[in-house]
Design a protein around this ligand. Structure first.
Ligand code: SF4
Length: 459
C-alpha cells in the first residue's frame, strides 16, 4: 500500500469516529479556553508575533552563521557536539555513546525529534530500558502508540481508557482517578530516574550567543532527566536556533501561550553544558546531536524555508478542521496537522508524501493562529504546485482534472448527456472515492442554465 492509500484508509476510519471527535473537542475546548487567558499577558500580541517571526526568519536566512556561533560557544561550555545528517547517523552516534559509557538504563523526556528518528524502537532493540517520563508520552509508550499530537501526545484517550490501560499494565484499580494514575506514575518513574545512567531530552531552543539549550516543560521530568543521570544526550533539529539568551523573554511566553494556553510553563531550564568543576550536581558529560534529516531540503527552497521558523507549539493542529476530524495518527507521520503537511513532503520526499499537502481545506485558520506567522496555507499551495511541476500528480487525478476543466470551459459539453447519464457516471466512477459514509450529490433533472433559458426564452 502507498503512503497515500494508507492515509486515506486511516482517515476514513477516524473521520466518522464520533467518540474520538467528542474527546478531541473536549481537550481542544479546554486548550482554547486557557489560550484566550494566556494571550492577555501580551500588551501587544501582534507585535510579539511579528518580532518572533522576524527573529526566526533572520536565523533561518543566516543559519550557517548562527550554527557556527552556537557550536563555538557550546564547546567552550564543555559540551560535545555531534552533527548528524539523518536518523541513521544520529542513532549510530547514540549507540557509540551508550557503548562508551556502558549504559543499560536510560530515561527520556518528551521530544518529537526522538520520534522522528524512532529512538524508542532503536533502544528497545538494543535492550536498553528507556521509559518516557512525560505522563502523556509514558501513556502512549505503554499503549504501544505514537504521539497523537505534538504537544499533548495522549489527548485522544479518555481518563477511563487510561485507567483501563494502567489496570492491564500495572494492575492498578479499574476505576483509578487521574490523581491516582499520576501518583502511581510519579512513584514508578522516580525509581527509574535513580537507576538511569543516561538522560535523553530534546531542546526547545538552541541559544547561539550562550551556547546553551533551553527546555520548557510542565512536569519537571526533563529537569530530572538532565540533572540526575551521569550522562545527558540532547537531540535537536538544526533550525531550533534563536540568536540570544534575551530572546527567551519573547519565545518562552509565546510557546507556552500557544502550546498549552499557559502564561509560562511550570519548569524552564537553560542548560549551559555538563557539570562544571565548582558544581555539585549535573551530568559529567553532555552530548548534543544536531540533526538535519531533511531540514536542509527545506532550507534550499526560498519559498518554503519559512516553515523552519516553526517553534512546534501545536496551535495550528488545534484549529485545523482536517486534524480535528481525522486525528493525529491518520497522517502516519511524526509531524501531523498543517505544519506536518508542509514539512513532511519536503523532508521525506514529495513523491511519497505529496498527498498530505492536498489534504487541506485551505481555510487559512492555521496561518491565522501561528505565533511565528508562518503562512501555512500558502506553503501547502507551494507544495502542490511543486508536485505538479515535477509531474508527481497521480494519473487518475490528472485525467479527472483534464475532463473537468474541458467541461467547465464549454457550456456545450456541460449540457451534453441527460441527468440520468451523469448520475450513472458519478455512481460508477466516483462512488469509491466519495467513500461509504456520504451520499454522492445528485445531478438535477434540469441544469440552472436550462431553467433560465426556459424561463427567459433565450437560446
Ligand atoms: S506552524 Fe506555527 S502554529 Fe504550527 S506548530 Fe509551528 S509555530 Fe505552532
Amino acid at each position: 500500500m502507498t503512503k497515500a492509500q494508507e492515509f486515506k484508509q486511516q482517515s476514513e476510519q477516524t473521520a466518522f469516529d464520533t467518540a474520538l471527535h467528542h474527546k478531541l473537542q473536549n481537550s481542544i475546548g479546554q486548550y482554547q479556553h486557557k489560550h484566550l487567558r494566556g494571550r492577555e499577558q501580551f500588551a501587544d500580541l501582534e507585535l510579539a508575533k511579528t518580532r518572533a517571526s522576524g527573529l526566526k526568519q533572520k536565523v533561518i536566512e543566516n543559519l550557517d552563521k548562527y550554527l557556527i556561533e552556537f557550536e563555538s560557544n557550546y564547546i567552550k561550555n564543555g559540551g560535545k557536539l555531534i552533527w548528524a545528517l539523518n536518523a541513521e547517523e544520529a542513532l549510530k552516534e547514540i549507540e557509540i555513546i551508550l557503548q562508551k559509557h556502558n549504559i543499560n538504563c536510560a530515561v527520556k523526556s518528551k521530544s518529537m525529534i526522538s520520534e522522528e528518528i524512532h529512538l524508542n524502537e532503536f533502544l528497545k532493540a538494543k535492550n536498553i530500558d528507556c521509559p518516557e517520563t512525560d505522563l502523556g508520552e509514558f501513556i502512549q509508550q505503554e499503549a504501544g502508540e505514537r504521539p497523537f499530537h505534538i504537544v499533548t501526545p495522549a489527548m485522544h484517550k479518555s481518563k477511563e481508557e487510561i485507567a483501563e490501560l494502567y489496570k492491564q499494565k500495572f494492575g492498578t484499580p479499574a476505576q483509578a482517578s487521574p490523581e491516582e494514575i499520576t501518583k502511581f506514575t510519579r512513584e514508578y518513574l522516580r525509581k527509574k530516574f535513580y537507576l538511569a545512567d543516561i538522560g535523553i531530552t530534546g531542546a526547545n531552543f538552541l541559544i547561539a550567543d550562550a551556547g546553551a539549550i533551553a527546555i520548557t516543560e510542565n512536569e519537571g521530568n526533563a529537569t530530572l532527566s538532565v540533572s540526575m543521570p551521569r550522562i545527558h544526550i540532547a537531540i535537536a533539529g538544526i533550525e531550533k536556533i534563536i540568536p540570544s539568551l534575551n530572546d527567551l523573554d519573547l519565545f518562552w511566553p509565546l510557546l507556552a501561550t500557544y502550546g498549552t494556553g499557559q502564561k509560562l510553563t511550570a519548569y524552564n531550564s537553560v542548560i549551559f553544558g555538563p557539570r562544571q568543576s565548582h558544581e555539585v550536581d549535573g551530568p559529567t558529560d553532555m552530548y548534543l546531536i544536531l540533526l538535519d534529516n531533511g531540514r536542509t531540503n527545506i532550507l534550499e527552497q526560498p519559498e518554503q524555508r519559512r516553515a523552519l521558523n516553526c517553534i512546534r507549539c501545536g496551535a495550528c493542529l488545534n484549529v485545523c478542521p482536517v486534524y480535528t476530524t481525522i486525528g493525529g495518527h491518520a497522517y502516519g507521520t511524526t509531524y501531523s496537522g498543517p505544519i506536518g503537511k508542509v514539512i513532511t513532503p519536503l523532508m521525506k520526499g514529495l513523491k511519497e508524501y505529496q498527498h498530505l499537502s492536498s489534504a487541506s481545506s485551505l481555510c487559512g485558520k492555521c496561518t491565522e493562529v501561528c505565533p511565528v506567522k508562518i503562512d501555512l496555507h500558502n506553503l501547502l499551495l507551494h507544495n502542490r504546485k511543486e508536485a505538479i511541476q515535477q509531474g508527481l500528480q497521480p494519473k487518475a487525478e490528472k485525467v479527472t482534472w483534464y475532463f473537468w476543466k474541458s467541461a467547465m470551459l464549454s457550456r456545450k459539453k456541460m449540457n451534453k448527456g441527460s441527468a440520468k447519464v451523469k448520475n450513472f457516471m458519478l455512481q460508477t466512477f466516483f462512488k469509491k472515492t466519495w467513500g461509504e459514509h456520504r451520499d454522492l450529490p445528485v445531478v438535477a433533472e434540469k441544469s440552472f442554465n436550462q431553467l433560465m433559458r426556459e424561463r427567459t426564452g433565450n437560446r
